[in-house]
Design a protein around this ligand. Structure first.
Ligand code: FMN
Length: 362
């Protein structure tokens, strides 16, 4: 059984270890959504990860609803990301861009107009805006033209990612955002070919993957899901058949890897998990499966030994431990993160967590 420190192929990407940095929104890009030197420094510090998945990155103004998150729809953003990918590659790392459309979770004050979703639904809780939290606005259901345009936006963003020097992309299909809003029956009430049956609810994700794969090569494409959690009002009444059909579809599309944010306990997001679906997906899907949520070194080793996961993605531990791979290798204690600076902007709590060696020298 391979361990965390064995190499791994994810399509065309060769990882020297199986410790993946999970996508982490850090809100340091500014309103124009352009990555900067500070972000390049942050990602370069974490280049020893087997692979870095970037923070969620907007494919369009319409799809980006998180203040100060980055984008990948214009030249300035491509140039900004180029600094990041150059820095990561210079330090020996690999990096893929997480492609994001937030659907109904985009507040109109961010400049994208009335949000679009699978159906005319209203997300629970509050939207993030530049003026603080505000109630969500009801989404309008995507027309066929909208769907065609948004699928093309995913493909264009994937092409931009390659121009920016990324090794590949990860489509964000998790956490209640647009792909998830189409996938699951708590947010999709359509009666056309994009809603109703499981097959129809898989159509949008399949079209996005197909278009992105056709544009940059499917060997550079992965996708993330959060199968067993309730996230931002999105869940499924019957996740097992949905994710079984999804595993079959991913197999047909030859998507080389997936990442599952699959909770085994009430999650960091406070959600109530249903049964994990990865044991059922494993025999149906021959691509690589990366598992995430609430792992440390020992838990990751134990999970790998069960033979379902090909790798483990760590989120919060990578925020406060830039040398996480080294710490896991030697069984060192992990430094706790400061939640107050997760999204605060600036260098504090971003690029100032020391490595073990730096902490000892101080
Ligand atoms: C600060 C923060 C930002 C996050 N941003 C993203 C994101 O941009 N995209 C995403 O898919 N998940 C995001 N997540 C979820 C993480 O990728 C991960 O699933 C979660 O933190 C659980 O893993 P962990 O226990 O290893 O932290 C975020 C989580 C945190 C704490």
């Amino acid at each position: 059984m391979p361990g965390l420190f064995d190499s791994l192929e994810l399509g065309s990407i060769e990882l020297p270890n199986r410790i993946v940095m999970a996508p982490l929104t850090r809100a340091r890009a500014g309103f124009e959504a352009v990555p900067n030197e500070l972000m390049a420094a942050y990602y370069a510090q974490r280049a020893s990860a087997g692979m870095i998945i970037t923070e969620a990155t907007g494919i369009s103004r319409e799809g980006l609803g998180w203040p100060n998150a980055p984008g990948l729809w214009n030249l300035a953003q491509i140039d900004g990301w180029k600094r990041v990918t150059d820095a990561v590659h210079f330090h020996g790392g690999r990096i893929v861009a997480q492609l994001w459309h937030m659907g109904r979770l985009v507040h109109p004050s961010l400049g994208g107009g009335q949000p679009v979703s699978a159906s005319a639904t209203l997300a629970p809780d509050y939207a993030h805006t530049y003026q603080g939290k505000k109630p969500y606005t009801q989404a309008r259901p995507a027309t066929r033209d909208d769907i065609e345009r948004i699928v093309a936006d995913y493909a264009a963003a994937a092409q931009n990612a390659i121009c920016a020097g990324f090794d590949g992309v990860q489509v964000h299909g998790a956490n209640g955002y647009l792909v998830d809003q189409f996938l699951r029956d708590s947010a999709n009430f359509r009666d056309d070919e994009y809603g109703g049956s499981i097959d129809n609810r898989l159509r949008f994700a399949s079209e996005v993957l197909g278009a992105v794969g056709e544009t940059i090569g499917m060997d550079k494409v992965g996708i993330r899901f959060s199968p067993n959690i309730y996230s931002q009002g999105v869940e499924d009444s019957d996740p097992i058949p949905l994710f079984a059909a999804l595993a079959d579809r991913l197999e047909e599309l030859k998507v080389p890897w997936i990442e599952l944010r699959e909770a085994h306990q009430p999650t960091s997001a406070g959600a109530i998990p249903t049964a994990p679906v990865s044991p059922m997906m494993r025999p149906r899907y021959s691509g690589k499966i990366i598992l995430n949520s609430d792992y440390d070194g020992p838990k990751a080793r134990a999970r790998m030994a069960e033979g379902i996961a090909d790798g483990i993605a760590f989120g919060r531990p990578f925020i406060s431990n830039p040398d996480l791979v080294h710490r896991i290798a030697i069984g060192a204690l992990l430094a706790p993160g400061d939640v107050d600076t997760f999204y605060s902007g600036g260098a504090a709590g971003y690029v100032d967590y020391p490595t073990l060696d730096e902490a000892k020298a101080a």
